[in-house]
Ligand binder design. Structure first.
Ligand SMILES: CC(C)(COP(=O)(O)OP(=O)(O)OC[C@H]1O[C@@H](n2cnc3c(N)ncnc32)[C@H](O)[C@@H]1OP(=O)(O)O)[C@@H](O)C(=O)NCCC(=O)NCCS
Length: 183
């Protein structure tokens, strides 16, 4: 879904623009995706699992996001570079349409500057404006304190966890918490 870009000031004084993706972003978004998953264990893929994620797939994803009635993809841009993305996906089925799910990822050099908070402010506004959405949901891996702090700041509460949801290459098992915010 398309939306009007907005901008806000980061903790270091720079401006961050939140705008929809365009096909021109495909190459940079692919590089962003590869880099961001290599920088943390708190996203769901390992870099080698992205090997078959081609520029065509990235273009298809962007085009789907632009044309979708049920997804909003926010691209966070700082100094002309993609710093992160946030996505809200609304359900279209009658029994599920009061629920929406959220995902977010930033490159490490942009953590802690307030971009996550800026994206969440907009995502929550978009859900409130949609009408009929009463529950926002997300999942977060055990130990991701920065993410959990962000979500709690915006009113999300942990309602359940999946034991042993994530198995890292070294065998470490981690829980996945399910967090919910009522609108
Ligand atoms: C999680 C993530 C989206 C947070 O975004 P961010 O822009 O870094 O978050 P913000 O700067 O808006 O900070 C959010 C809160 O976290 C808190 N915080 C900052 N550093 C922290 C730390 N090391 N530990 C705990 N909380 C921390 C801040 O206090 C801030 O709250 P405040 O504004 O009231 O001070 C981002 O760090 C990220 O992309 N991480 C890697 C990918 C990831 O984990 N995605 C989420 C998967 S569920």
């Amino acid at each position: 879904m398309l939306f009007e870009p907005i901008s806000f000031t980061l903790k270091d004084g720079r401006q961050c623009i939140l705008r929809p993706a365009s096909e021109n972003d495909a190459e940079e978004m692919l590089a962003f995706r590869n880099k961001s998953i290599a920088e943390t264990d708190f996203l769901l893929q390992y870099p080698e699992e992205m090997a078959d994620y081609t520029i065509e797939k990235q273009l298809n994803f962007i085009s789907r996001m632009i044309n979708s009635e049920n997804d909003i993809l926010y691209i966070a841009v700082v100094d002309g570079k993609i710093a992160g993305t946030g996505q809200i996906t609304f359900n279209s089925r009658i029994k599920l349409k009061h629920r929406a799910s959220i995902g977010i990822a930033l490159m490490k050099e942009y953590w802690g500057l307030g971009i996550g908070s800026g994206i969440f402010r907009e995502i929550i506004k978009s859900a409130e404006n949609r009408g009929g959405v009463t529950q926002l949901e997300l999942e977060v891996i055990e130990g991701n304190h920065r993410a959990i702090r962000l979500y709690e700041k915006f009113g999300f509460e942990t309602v359940a966890f999946r034991p042993d949801a994530i198995r890292l290459k070294d065998g470490t098992m981690l829980k996945e918490f399910i967090m919910v915010k009522k609108l």
